[in-house]
Design a protein around this ligand. Structure first.
Ligand code: BTN
Length: 245
């Protein structure tokens, strides 16, 4: 990993560890100690206690891309909007290297061939945000996500990490600036085009609701048409596609 190249494009510091418990936990500890500027990155080759959404364990063997970035968030946006904008930027970075059909499963999964390629974890830090990304490059994670995929499975070769990471970070920084200035509306339609769920019948677990996905609201919430025709938006939850629904 060429840390110097990352330092050139990031406004903050870069902390690299061959192995760590969790890049997001590490970044939080560093923030609590003080003196960590915005735009700082913690990066590792493997995690022993990687964390996913809803306190799930994120299995993080060598061969994945694991990082956490400290970003200004101003606290006024729904978290799902941040996740979606992040996913869109990560896909742009991926597309600079691979001509594959990546899409976004609301709120935080990047999908390839109907399987999960990457997960995003947005966590609050005061008014700001710790943004974590775990992306399967070479290895098939054995976590609770049985339908996981790695890039290597599709490409038949192991993609390099540095140039991909640089592309992802560059797109992330750029899109966040736009997001802070223009809001979610700038990304709304583009993200709907990348949506894995649009038009599908789904079940939202926490809310125990079923319906057809219409797209996103102006705040990045998932917009559903329920069975009785009523429209309803969801700010969080785990979505399951109803096969044949
Ligand atoms: C999910 O899909 O549930 C989100 C997974 C996020 C995993 C990444 S890996 C880097 C960062 N550090 C962590 O402990 N988690 C995130």
């Amino acid at each position: 990993m060429k840390i110097k190249e990352l330092e050139k494009i990031l406004p903050g510091r870069v902390y690299y560890f061959p192995e760590i418990d969790s890049t997001s936990s590490c970044l939080r500890r560093k923030l609590l100690e003080g003196m960590v500027p915005q735009g700082s990155l913690v990066l590792s080759d493997m995690q022993t206690a990687g964390r996913g959404r809803k306190d799930r364990f994120w299995y993080s063997p060598p061969g994945g891309l694991y990082f956490s970035l400290y970003l200004q968030a101003r606290g006024e946006w729904a978290w799902s909007a941040f996740s979606l904008v992040t996913a869109g930027a990560v896909i742009k970075g991926l597309k600079e290297h691979f001509d594959l059909s990546f899409c976004v499963k609301w709120p935080n999964d990047i999908m390839l061939e109907k399987k999960k390629l990457a997960g995003i974890l947005c966590e609050k830090y005061g008014q700001d945000m710790i943004l974590g990304l775990g992306l399967n490059l070479w290895s098939q994670p054995e976590n609770e996500v049985t339908d996981a995929i790695s890039l290597k499975e599709v490409l038949d070769f192991a993609p390099g990490r540095t140039s991909l990471l640089l592309s992802i970070i560059r797109n992330l920084l750029q899109d966040y600036q736009i997001f802070l200035q223009e809001g979610f509306s700038f990304f709304h339609k583009k993200l709907e085009r990348l949506s894995y769920l649009k038009g599908k019948a789904v079940h939202i677990s926490g809310e125990k609701k079923k319906g057809k996905v219409l797209g996103y609201t102006g705040e990045g919430a998932l917009l559903l048409e329920l069975i009785d025709g009523q429209k309803m938006s969801f700010y969080s939850g785990t979505v399951r596609v109803i096969e044949g629904g």
